[in-house]
Design a protein around this ligand. Structure first.
Ligand code: G6P
Length: 568
């Protein structure tokens, strides 16, 4: 997580601040910048976001700036722990994204008084202790570091060196100077270079030299990288609200792309294709669970795994399986590590991502893009719907089914959860989401949305499982939201709700069936089965958003979280 950015050329302060504003989705615990001025390195840091950093750096003019926006891993959220970090002599300063896994061991051998609790301070002092030129020092220190990193190091003499391993770093050159950033969207310049793992670069007078891990100069070609991810222009009060309202446009765009371009036929399938394994984190894991059901419904065995478990698990990898890695950002560390594991066995890997040119796309053999446009809010909404939809469309393609029409998608209602029920739910400290089959999977995602932005303790459970334990928690301090769009099991769900009611539990039902009219019913329209996970999650996303607002929280910036999780 954390975003790093550097600019070397005219208007460097502005360029870095503009870059950090875009990178804030990677963490917003603190931010800061460092620059060379009067022959020494100075820094400005704040715990109050990039807008405050911009105010604090007003009037500052310098041509060498590095900046950072932090998601805390080592050390509390304090100014001391905020980046950039200095070496003991103050001759070097560094911004860092990643984790130095062996930082404790390395720290023991560096005999200085550390001012912060960060692994970054250890890393920059490790660099300082090495001998040779700055590039030589950085390369040899990096060899001693275990873990993923992306770094920019600036010396008081104005030398700049950067490098990376397993987390992204890009450079661009333009008329005014050289820009470095964790994300292409924050680059300023036309010619773009993507640094590979254990590759390094030095920048001198707008000239970039690239090096491999042995310190040998290498030639890198500039790449054609799409920066245009459209929408999320924030037409409502928050990004989250704007993004929910963009869902339909995103689905239509995805469908049109798949219909007009040869995307599915380019996907490399295993020879005796028998099964699908989906691997992902967070919301993308929930869309993978739904996707697995789509594959099963066309006779392809399918399972979904949480990436952090899969990468260390005992899954038997097999040649007849297609491994699909689902990720909005395409940067999630555990998902990428899982994909690398499978790729190393030369098995079929497919990246289902929403970000062009992301790391995951580079790791996997084939790519299935979603076209949700840029998603800024930490809580994923339109990207989730697009992932579910893409997985359905891919399964339909494999089964030789006709794809749905744009007309059908246009009819999907962007339904708000009724205000009265929102106010009701916001008062409770425990919210249970229940459902069966696909509705249970929707319940999982609805519960995640609610807890991550409103901080209400929420659990999702298959309603048939309630009486095996969780029912003990149902009392007057809790409310149950039941989802029912699965005709086959609606009576079964109803029995489960009766059991809750008998114990005095308050219930709200979100359903496309009138059968629940005797409950507090939020009625949704009935669409084809494959669309119901999308039709039903939209009001539940609104529910989470409105409850967060009601409780006075900023839904775009949930505490302790970040949009892009680039550490394990
Ligand atoms: C973070 C975000 C979630 C997201 C998850 C996986 O936790 O806050 O919204 O679902 O990462 O991200 P990915 O980019 O891989 O889909």
């Amino acid at each position: 997580m954390c975003g790093i950015c550097g600019y070397f050329g005219a208007e460097a302060v502005k360029k870095v601040c503009d870059g950090l504003k875009i990178l804030e989705y990677r963490g917003y615990d603190s931010c800061g910048l460092a620059y060379v001025g009067d022959g020494k390195i100075n820094s400005i840091k704040t715990l109050d976001g990039v807008d405050e950093l911009i105010k604090k750096s007003e009037g500052l003019s310098t041509e060498m700036v590095i900046g950072h926006t932090r998601w805390a891993t080592h050390g509390a959220v304090t100014l001391n722990n905020a980046h950039p970090h200095f070496s003991a002599s103050k001759k070097l300063v560094m911004v860092h994204n990643g984790i130095v896994e062996n930082f404790k061991e390395l720290k023991k051998n560096i005999d200085i008084d550390f001012y912060s609790a960060t692994d970054t301070e250890v890393f920059v002092n490790l660099i300082e202790k090495e001998s040779g030129s700055l590039i030589e020092k950085v390369i040899s220190a990096s060899k001693k570091v275990k873990g993923a990193f992306a770094i920019i190091v600036l010396s008081e003499r104005g030398e700049v060196v950067l490098g990376k391993r397993e987390t992204p770093l890009y450079l661009s050159t333009g008329e005014k100077g050289v820009c470095v950033s964790s994300d292409v969207l924050a680059l300023d310049g036309e010619k773009i270079y993507a640094l590979g793992d254990d590759e390094f670069a030095s920048i001198e007078n707008s000239k970039i030299l690239f090096f491999n891990k042995n310190g040998k100069k290498i030639v890198k070609k500039c790449e054609k990288i799409e920066k245009n991810m459209n929408f999320s222009q924030i037409s409502f009060k928050t990004h989250m609200e704007s993004e929910i309202f963009e869902t339909k446009t995103a689905l239509i765009k995805t469908l049109k792309k798949y219909k007009n371009e040869d995307i599915f036929s380019l996907i490399k399938l295993p020879k005796n294709f028998k099964s699908v394994v989906l691997v992902a984190c967070g919301t993308a894991y929930h869309s993978s669970l739904v996707g697995a059901e789509f594959f099963k419904s066309i006779g392809i065995d399918a399972r979904a795994y949480v990436a952090s478990e899969f990468r260390y698990g005992r899954e038997i990898l097999s040649e007849d399986t297609l491994y699909i890695f689902v990720s909005q950002s395409g940067e999630t560390a555990d998902t990428i590590a899982s994909a690398k594991l499978v790729r190393a066995r030369k098995l079929c890997t497919l990246a289902l991502t929403n970000t062009p040119n992301c790391l995951l796309n580079r790791v996997c053999k084939s790519v299935l893009p979603t076209f949700a446009g840029r998603e800024v809010a930490v809580a994923s909404t339109k990207a989730y719907c697009c992932q579910v939809f893409s997985l359905y469309l891919f399964s339909a393609y494999l089964a030789g089914k006709r794809l749905p029409t744009v007309q059908t998608l246009k009819k999907i209602p962007l339904l708000e959860f009724p205000r009265e029920q929102v106010e009701d739910i916001a008062k409770f400290e425990k919210v249970f989401f229940v459902g069966r089959e696909l509705d249970h999977l929707t319940a999982l995602e609805a519960s995640l949305k609610l807890k991550e932005i409103s901080y209400i303790n929420s659990v999702a459970i298959a309603s048939g499982e309630l009486k095996h334990g969780t029912l003990a928690l149902v009392d007057e301090t809790s409310i149950v939201v039941a989802i029912s769009t699965e005709k086959r099991v609606k009576e079964k769900l109803r029995s489960n709700l009766e059991e809750i009611k008998a114990r005095g539990g308050k219930i709200i039902v979100l359903s496309c069936f009138d059968d629940f009219a005797d409950y507090d019913l939020v009625k949704i329209e009935k669409f084809a089965d494959f669309l119901m996970p999308i039709v039903s999650i939209i009001p539940l996303q609104f529910l989470a958003l409105r409850v967060a607002e009601q409780r006075g929280f900023n839904p775009d910036r949930p505490r302790n979280l970040a949009k892009s999780v680039t550490v394990e």
